[in-house]
Design a protein around this ligand. Sequence first.
Ligand SMILES: Nc1nc2c(ncn2[C@@H]2O[C@H](COP(=O)(O)OP(=O)(O)OP(=O)(O)O)[C@@H](O)[C@H]2O)c(=O)[nH]1
Ligand SMILES: [Mg+2]
Length: 421
Amino acid sequence: MDVKKATTSLCGGLGAEPPLGDRNCKSNFLANKNKPFLHLVIIGNTNHGKTTLVAAITKVATEHYQLRKAISYAQINNPQKERCWGYDVYISYAEYETPNRQYLLMDFPSNIDFIKYTASHSALWDGAVLVISASQGVEKQTREQIQLISQLVPKIVVFVNEYVQFDKFDDVMEQILKEEINELLGEYGYSDSPIIFGSALQALENPKSEQGNKILQLLESIDTFIETPQHYLEKPFLMPIEFVYPVENDSNCVLACGRVNQGVLKVKAPVSLVGLGLNKEVIVKDIIMYGKSFDKAYSGDTPSLVLQNVTLADVKAGQVLAKPNTITAHSKFSAYVYWLSKEECELVRSYYSGYKLDFYFSVLDIAGTLILIDDYKTTSGEHMKIYAELVTPVIMSIGSRVTILNNKKRVGLGFVTEVLD
Ligand SMILES: Nc1nc2c(ncn2[C@@H]2O[C@H](COP(=O)(O)OP(=O)(O)OP(=O)(O)O)[C@@H](O)[C@H]2O)c(=O)[nH]1
Ligand SMILES: [Mg+2]
């Protein structure tokens, strides 16, 4: 097998289970590697104007900066179906670019798609754009979405939509709405979020108008308020292994694919291969992305690493590659979990604190005890914070994905929000 050719095709997705950084493949960020590339998600209640705002953002960015093509509302409102750990999720991707950065914006057609995607992927977004309709204000779904991303997304920028329709929307009402939004964001640890008032629809219809300028203001706020995820680069290198392949004609090498969660890896550097009973130092012989060799892989990249002096029997999905002596295993954690609905789950029932379930980290299935707050019980189709204690410690970090099984049947999807012990 030609390793580079093979990894090019891997980047396009691996059948049912896409690699973690699959979304990167939709972008051409490698074409402009010296400009930071950020992932944003657009959130907000149904019908508050999310998709219109995404279209307006790409339109205004194109008109003003002339760096990329605009994407129409119709294109964004036609989401792709993706298989997400065995479940169908609908997502739209839209790219835009400013002189400083490149962005990939993700828009979900429904709240349930957003919840399923968030619950089943590791730390994903560098920031979020929250849309709130001026006429409707903050709604229950808005709060739930902020709660869901609060452990994962460092910064939120707010756009209050349909503002111009309301002649009666005076300074006092604007102030009241701002306070309501700030209070809500403050509850989940967000402070100083810029709040821009405007009309996505009018900006889309006339990007050079005053409303177009509001979108420009939004773009500038995103550029300055949402930080370039540099801090992940300063942390020690860490990459969970998602897929493993043999290297043809070289039984001393193995190809390990995944997404770099943090840090920078240099080719030929020693790394620890840890987990599933193994802790071994190995050398990274080559770093391959999109069919090309690179001398470094950065946080956010999705490389295929050629590991030297290991056999296929050593390397397994579920292990991690890390800077030597930087990681340990844990047995207690909290997680945000979506309990599969009646339509999605073969085993519908409620669980209480103390219930024994299996917690599946990548390929690793570990028995553990569920702990819920205030004697709460779980309900199918609901999402909530849980605690759990495993019988054996496993390598995990904030954002690690966990699937919950009962009697070998998947009942919940989630991600680790806190590592406790
Ligand atoms: N009058 C007015 N209508 C708007 C504005 N922004 C969006 N709309 C309209 O509101 C409706 C919903 O907008 P979308 O952008 O599809 O809303 P959404 O949040 O993506 O909706 P879902 O994807 O269904 O959750 C559409 O008919 C838009 O044309 C605005 O600023 N003013
Ligand atoms: Mg929409």
